[in-house]
Design a protein around this ligand. Structure first.
Ligand SMILES: CC/C=C\C/C=C\C/C=C\C/C=C\C=C\C(=O)SCCNC(=O)CCNC(=O)[C@H](O)C(C)(C)COP(=O)(O)OP(=O)(O)OC[C@H]1O[C@@H](n2cnc3c(N)ncnc32)[C@H](O)[C@@H]1OP(=O)(O)O
Ligand SMILES: NC(=O)C1=CN([C@@H]2O[C@H](COP(=O)(O)OP(=O)(O)OC[C@H]3O[C@@H](n4cnc5c(N)ncnc54)[C@H](OP(=O)(O)O)[C@@H]3O)[C@@H](O)[C@H]2O)C=CC1
Length: 328
């Protein structure tokens, strides 16, 4: 009796301090973990893996698209990058070509306009012939409470992300089918394509649509030699994404704290994965959705994951409390 009373008292004291601790604590549990997971900055595939291959990358002038273009070019591909800003494309193309010795072509194109996409593919065909690799990476996004979205704000994002991807994929797909040429298609979506997310509803809806399109075509167009895969990146610092999704910079720390790997991704890391998925080494891979996020998605999903904050001392108290319920 005396022992059980003591235990209850000590458990109670522990429990109150635990509650206080949970209320007050802002302890980081992940940033120190990044030391376990240093990014490998080199190129993964063997040199020449894309020799004699043509890769078409939308949004290839900036951010992740630029990193994917640089990696494919380094691996021997002739790349063609397309987006709205010709000057940005030209500068990227010159910089990458001068580093890799492989030509990077540019084509100005607004993917929201199906006629522009058709003209872009005409130009692509005359520059390099039809591509072996297509990466649908172009996107638009900004954080905004949904009640503040105008119809045109909704349309602007969904037109770039879903319609743009569909126009590029259908235009190239039809021409590839006509010329009986196989190809690898890759789309860059996001982890919240699966869960949905407040404050980015147009992007979430459009990215979910892209995933449905790619899964559908993976089933339908295998017979034409086409593979379709998807990467869902977690946060990777780019000017385009961070300036529109964390304009004040105040959310970044909280975001890193919930990533089990303890850091943001690096552009070269997604570039290596994209190169692998687009290469012959992945020729048995189609209809796959690869979540690439340092564990962020599962970390946000599990309702008990906050218990990572509980110290070994606090576990002793909690365990004693749980065990004391035996028979009750
Ligand atoms: C808690 C989170 C913490 C941290 C986040 C940090 C990191 C990221 C982590 C994860 C990222 C996950 C997913 C990322 C997905 C991405 O896609 S990131 C890539 C982002 N890159 C881009 O968006 C580049 C291209 N974007 C653009 O060109 C523009 O931003 C555009 C608005 C999308 C399109 O430009 P355009 O010139 O065509 O359009 P506008 O005419 O300017 O606007 C069209 C209508 O939209 C309305 N609008 C524009 N901006 C806003 C805004 N900020 N809020 C509300 N409404 C907006 C604009 O008013 C127009 O509507 P209208 O006035 O009715 O005509
Ligand atoms: N960085 C991150 O943390 C994450 C990124 N992603 C995804 O990764 C991809 C790359 O994003 P990121 O590199 O970060 O951002 P960027 O803003 O750098 O890239 C977006 C690209 O899309 C192009 N683009 C936008 N609108 C159009 C249009 N109408 N027609 C043609 N091209 C267009 C832009 O070029 P231009 O302005 O010249 O048209 C730009 O090069 C996107 O699909 C994004 O959704 C997903 C999850 C996380």
């Amino acid at each position: 009796m005396a022992t059980s009373g003591l235990l209850r008292r000590s458990v109670f004291r522990g429990f109150s301090s635990l509650k206080t601790w949970f209320r007050c604590s802002a302890v980081q549990f992940s940033s120190a973990q990044s030391g376990f997971f240093p990014p490998a900055e080199g190129i993964m595939l063997p040199v020449g893996a894309f020799h004699n291959r043509v890769a078409f990358i939308t949004g290839g002038g900036t951010g992740l698209g630029r990193a994917m273009t640089a990696t494919l070019s380094q691996l021997g591909a002739q790349c063609v990058i397309a987006s709205r800003k010709l000057d940005v494309l030209q500068q990227t193309a010159e910089e990458i070509s001068s580093q890799t010795g492989n030509k990077v072509h540019v084509v100005q194109c607004d993917v929201r306009d199906p006629q522009a996409v058709s003209r872009c593919v005409d130009q692509l065909e005359s520059l390099t012939g039809l591509p072996d690799v297509i990466i649908n990476n172009a996107a638009g996004n900004f954080v905004c409470p949904s009640e503040r979205l105008s119809p045109n704000a909704w349309k602007s994002i969904t037109d770039i992300v879903l319609n743009g991807t569909a126009f590029v994929t259908l235009e190239l797909g039809k021409r590839l089918i006509q010329s009986q040429k196989g190809a690898s298609f890759l789309a860059i979506t996001t982890i919240y394509a699966e869960s949905g997310s407040g404050f980015v509803a147009p992007s979430a809806s459009a990215k979910a649509g892209v995933e449905a399109l790619y899964k559908s075509l993976a089933a339908e167009w295998g017979r034409y030699g086409h593979r379709f895969n998807i990467i869902q990146p977690g946060p990777i610092r780019t000017k385009g994404a961070f300036s529109r999704l964390d304009p004040t910079g105040s959310f970044e720390k909280a975001m890193i704290d919930r990533i089990p790997v303890g850091r943001l991704g690096k552009p070269v890391e997604i570039a290596n994965l994209a190169a692998y998925l687009s290469s012959d080494f992945a020729s048995w891979m189609s209809g796959a959705i690869i979540r690439f996020d340092g564990g962020e998605y599962v970390s946000m999903a599990g309702e008990f994951n906050d218990l990572r904050r509980v110290t070994p001392e606090q576990w002793k108290v909690m365990e004693a409390m749980i065990r004391s319920t035996k028979g009750s």
